[in-house]
Design a binder for this molecule. Structure first.
Ligand code: GUN
Length: 281
């Protein structure tokens, strides 16, 4: 049986260390604070934001939520971000995606001050990640890299296949894996023969939002499988993008859903807020 990469346990250890760092900052009269902007009523986003708020509470990070109507104008959103940029009490700003289609999310991410951009989506920070410079790493890729580190998985020379090319997960993951000397392949909806790219990979990371998409016949014996998916099956049960039960029989390491990548994403967000608070003081 494979090693199950327990993201829940690892995330808890990270949060405990961050709580100590947060207490130390408070002794220096620095109170780390995260501002989250949510536009509209996306149900999944509401759950994500609630979980981020809970994690902040637990660590002692102040949390400020800005709920905007789905009908808000771009200018109002930009004005709010600019106000938060100028507010010295705020160290991290996060715009929860998705936002309504009529709004320009790239313009909004660009407006978030690079030094408060705890999601790492401002083009300045995206560029720094490409150049392997110190920056805010996007939280899900960062969480995955922490898992590799915690389990002594060295990516040097490994063939890593990433499935999904989103700006939030797939694309930054390419840079993170490259920075660790992996040979990276990116697959997406237009890839001709996906299995051709997964069956020889040492590591498969999947982030496409399709329940049980990766099946045992698609992977190599003893490969490492990272599942970023968060789907509901026909019974409402949370499932990943991997057919866990069968793939686990063939993998050497695998992340579960729930309790894998999800908790790590939040822990790394908390890490980035504490880092921002330190950098800004
Ligand atoms: N929506 C889904 N995941 C994320 C994330 O990591 N950050 C933001 N801002 N929005 C998201």
């Amino acid at each position: 049986m494979p090693v199950i990469i327990d993201g829940k346990k690892l995330a808890k250890e990270i949060r405990e260390k961050l709580k100590i760092e947060c207490d130390e900052l408070k002794e220096r009269q620095i109170k780390p604070k995260l501002a989250v902007i949510m536009v509209g009523n996306d149900k999944a986003s509401q759950i994500y934001v609630r979980n981020k708020s809970k994690a902040c509470d637990e660590i002692g990070i102040a949390f400020e939520e800005h709920l905007l109507s789905e009908y808000i104008k771009q200018e109002k959103l930009i004005n709010l971000i600019e106000k938060l940029n100028k507010d010295d009490s705020i160290h991290g700003i996060l715009l929860q995606s998705p936002i309504p289609r009529n709004l320009d999310i790239n313009e909004a991410f660009k407006t978030i001050a690079a030094e408060k951009d705890v999601d790492g989506f401002n083009p300045i920070n995206v560029g720094k990640l490409c150049l392997n410079q110190n920056t805010f790493m996007p939280c899900t890729p960062y969480g995955i890299m922490k898992m590799f580190e915690a389990f002594d998985i060295d990516l040097t020379g490994k063939d890593v296949t990433i499935i999904g090319r989103s700006n939030i997960v797939g694309k930054p993951l390419v840079q993170c894996c490259l920075n660790k000397n992996a040979t990276v392949t990116v697959c997406h909806s237009k890839t001709k023969d996906l299995k051709e790219h997964t069956k020889n990979a040492d590591v498969v990371i999947v982030a496409i939002g399709k329940s049980k998409f990766i099946t045992a016949d698609m992977i190599k014996q003893d490969s490492i499988i990272i599942d970023v998916g968060m789907n509901r099956d026909e019974n409402g049960k949370l499932t990943g993008d991997v057919d866990f039960e069968n793939v686990a029989k063939k993998a050497s390491y695998i992340t579960p859903v729930p309790g894998g990548v999800g908790p790590m994403t939040i822990a790394m967000l908390m890490n980035n807020v504490i880092k921002a608070a330190k950098n800004l003081n």
